[in-house]
Design a protein around this ligand. Structure first.
Ligand SMILES: [Zn+2]
Length: 60
């Protein structure tokens, strides 16, 4: 997890919000988020980051 540089967009498909957080790509897809492309990091906007955290919590 970490902070993100300014101007980076959320990697979730169809989302054009500014990314605020980065998580590992694997964790994000495991949380059920549809991501553009593929890389080691996934950049998430605030809304999708919240969704990500929620999904992670309900998985445990
Ligand atoms: Zn988003």
């Amino acid at each position: 997890m970490g902070k993100v540089d300014k101007g980076v967009e959320c990697n979730v498909e169809g989302c054009r919000n500014k990314a605020l957080r980065s998580v590992s790509f694997k964790n994000a897809s495991e949380a059920g988020l549809k991501l553009n492309g593929e890389s080691r990091r996934a950049y998430l906007c605030e809304a999708h980051y919240r969704e990500f955290k929620k999904a992670r919590r309900s998985n445990r």
